[in-house]
Design a protein around this ligand. Structure first.
Ligand SMILES: CC(C)(COP(=O)(O)OP(=O)(O)OC[C@H]1O[C@@H](n2cnc3c(N)ncnc32)[C@H](O)[C@@H]1OP(=O)(O)O)[C@@H](O)C(=O)NCCC(=O)NCCS
Length: 184
C-alpha cells in the first residue's frame, strides 16, 4: 500500500490543513475538486468539458493506493480537498530501464494559492518518492505557467527542454517545458 502518514500543516493565512493519502471514500470530494479546478486553470490536462465519473474515480484511487511505486496525496481543509499531488512511474507502467524515475502532477485550488501549500506538497512528494526508491523526478510545465515555473525552480528543478506546440488552447499553441530534479 502506498499510503502516507497523515500530517498537519498550517497555511500562511492560518487555515489548518491535513495532508494525507486520498482514499477511495474521498471519491465525491475528488470529483468536486476536479470540477472546480478544470474551470480555474489551463495549465493541467483537464478541460471544462472533463466530466469525472464515480466508478473511474474510485478505480483510479484504489489502483494508486495498491501500487507500491505510486501515490496520490491530498490536502484537506475540514472535509474539502483543496490540493493534490500524484507520483507516478515515468512511463505510467513498469519498465526495467526506468525504475529510478518518477513523474508527478499537482494542482492547488485557486482560493488557496500563494499560501505555501504548493511548496509543502512538493516536499511531501519528494520525501515519498525517495522512500519509494526513486532517484530522479521528471514533469512538464506549460511555458506560460509562470507561477509554477517560479515554484519548481525555487524547489530545485531545472528546465531541461521544450516540447513545442504540445497544446492548442483557445486559439493558440502552447509549449511545455520539461523539468527535472535529482533527489538522492
Ligand atoms: C502552481 C501552483 C501549484 C502553486 O501553488 P501554491 O500553493 O500557490 O504555491 P506556493 O504558495 O507554495 O508558492 C511557492 C512559490 O511559487 C512562486 N509562486 C507561486 N505563485 C506565484 C505567482 N502567482 N506569481 C509568481 N510566483 C508565484 C513563489 O516563488 C512562491 O513563493 P512565495 O509565495 O514565498 O513568494 C498553483 O498555482 C496551481 O495549482 N496552479 C494551477 C494548476 C497548475 O498550474 N499546476 C501545475 C501544473 S505543472
Amino acid at each position: 500500500m502506498s499510503a502516507i502518514r497523515p500530517e498537519k500543516f498550517t497555511l500562511k493565512n492560518g487555515v489548518p490543513v491535513i495532508i494525507r493519502s486520498v482514499e477511495v471514500s474521498d471519491w465525491a470530494e475528488q470529483i468536486q475538486f476536479r470540477n472546480t479546478f478544470k474551470n480555474e486553470t489551463i495549465f493541467t490536462w483537464h478541460t471544462p468539458a472533463t466530466n469525472p465519473q464515480e466508478e473511474e474515480t474510485k478505480k483510479f484511487i484504489a489502483a494508486t493506493l495498491a501500487a507500491p511505486k505510486e501515490c496520490f496525496i491530498g490536502a484537506f481543509h475540514e472535509k474539502k480537498l483543496i490540493a493534490q499531488i500524484g507520483i507516478h512511474k515515468l512511463l505510467g507502467r513498469d519498465h526495467p530501464w526506468t525504475e529510478h524515475a518518477a513523474r508527478f502532477g499537482m494542482t492547488v485550488l485557486k482560493d488557496y494559492w500563494r499560501q505555501g501549500l504548493g511548496i509543502k506538497l512538493l516536499n511531501v512528494m519528494q520525501e515519498e518518492a525517495r522512500r519509494m526508491g526513486y532517484q530522479v523526478i521528471h514533469a512538464e510545465v506549460r511555458e506560460a505557467n509562470k507561477p509554477a515555473i517560479e515554484m519548481y525552480t525555487k524547489f530545485g528543478f531545472e528546465i531541461t527542454g521544450t516540447q513545442k506546440k504540445v497544446a492548442f488552447i483557445n486559439g493558440r499553441y502552447h509549449n511545455d517545458f520539461l523539468i527535472f530534479k535529482e533527489i538522492n
